[in-house]
Design a protein around this ligand. Structure first.
Ligand code: FAD
Length: 337
């Protein structure tokens, strides 16, 4: 690890990896730090992404595509089913996909450090000038012209740097998901159950990952989050009594809308850290990659022009708000507007 870089990316998810790759491709010196010892694990995602969205960033590769989906069923509380067949979607294998994105960033020239946690920003007045990185019991001061915070839904970096990132308890969906094997499913159909009984205030999803395997999860409002797993257990018991649960993951999806500002002096915030996951479609992977790329594009201009002021970097904030990024406000976001 060097003392200084053009760009420091905090977090090795899809947002951070795409940002690091883009900046490195432009010839900038880039360090990406990831606090875990490997990216992509544990998987906390239904792993669904539109084919066209994926292709915007990387060629489709069977190594990280578990299933190809051509229809989506919505099962209403009265049992009625509506089917939509708009476009192809993929269910990814994020253990491989996230790693592949990091490998691409490394091949483009970015330095990757795993088991390396950004523990606080280095500030000069209001300006972010890098971060303190903890790795293997040692502490490093790493300076950077721009820091890209891509540290996910539990992001602390933007808050440490002075951006208000508080999520109200009713501004997050609590999600629990199992990988369930040996079940009868239509391997090309994604299913959503809207059911006050099975998932009050939320829904259940079944995303096939192959012939007899699916991600099956529940998302309910964070205020009742502690009940999520018992709702999922009841649903599995009812629909797939002989299914074998082979993985468990849990996580939060912000539904409170994006941060009011996603740039500060020397800092850009992307993906889930900026709360850019879509509250309805869960389009978080695409939004993270989209904003990661956009943040890198603005950071490249900032480095080239020697201007990393908030005023300059707000071009990123303006651009994603005007772009095709999908963020559907819902009941939970209204009080924040
Ligand atoms: C149950 C569930 C189901 C979902 N299903 C879908 C779906 O089907 N489709 C979809 O598009 N989205 C889905 N999402 C959302 C999607 O997973 C996220 O939107 C996406 O991963 C965001 O990418 P990101 O790069 O912003 O953050 P992340 O993927 O969360 O990556 C952030 C990274 O930063 C690292 N990090 C955090 N703090 C630090 C630090 N201080 N120093 C260094 N590293 C740090 C973390 O370890 C992590 O690797 C789902 C989410 C959940 C919880």
């Amino acid at each position: 690890m060097k003392d200084s870089y053009d760009i420091l990316v905090v977090g090795g998810g899809p947002g951070g990896a795409v940002a690091a790759r883009k900046a490195a491709e432009a010839g900038l010196s880039v360090l990406l730090v990831e606090k875990r010892s490997a990216v992509g694990v544990p998987v906390r995602s239904g792993e669904s992404i539109g084919k066209d969205e994926l292709l915007e960033f990387i060629d489709a590769d069977q190594r990280f595509i578990s299933a190809e989906i051509n229809s989506v069923s919505l099962i209403e509380p009265d049992g009625s089913v509506s089917v939509s067949t708009k476009g192809i979607e993929y269910i990814l294998d994020r253990k491989v996909f996230d790693r592949e994105l990091i490998w691409r960033a490394a091949e483009a020239g970015a330095e990757i450090q795993v088991h390396a946690r950004a523990s606080s920003p280095i500030m000069e007045g209001e300006k972010v000038c890098g971060a303190v990185i903890e790795q293997h019991g040692k502490t490093y001061d790493v300076r950077a012209k721009i820091v890209i915070a891509a540290d996910g839904v539990e992001s602390k970096f933007a808050k440490w740097a002075g951006i208000d990132t508080t999520i109200p308890q009713d501004g997050i969906m609590s999600c629990v998901q199992y990988v369930v094997n040996d079940i009868d499913i239509d391997e090309r159909t994604k299913q959503f159950y809207i059911s006050p009984e099975d998932a009050p205030g939320g829904y259940i999803w079944i995303f096939p990952k192959g012939k007899r395997c699916a991600n099956i999860g529940v998302g309910i409002p964070g205020t009742d989050g502690y009940k999520a797993r018992s709702y999922l257990d009841s649903f599995i018991e009812k629909k797939f009594p002989n299914g074998k649960i082979t993985e468990l993951s849990a996580g939060g999806v912000p539904v409170c809308g994006p941060l009011k500002e996603t740039a500060a002096d020397g800092l850009l915030v992307v993906g889930d850290a900026a709360r850019l996951s879509d509250s309805v479609t869960r389009r978080g992977i695409y939004n993270a990659m989209f904003t990661g790329r956009l943040a890198a594009e603005v950071a490249i201009l900032a480095v080239e022009s020697g201007n990393s002021s908030k005023e300059f970097l707000m071009a990123y904030d303006k651009a994603w708000r005007e772009e095709k990024i999908s963020l559907i406000p819902n009941e939970n976001t209204k009080h924040l507007e």
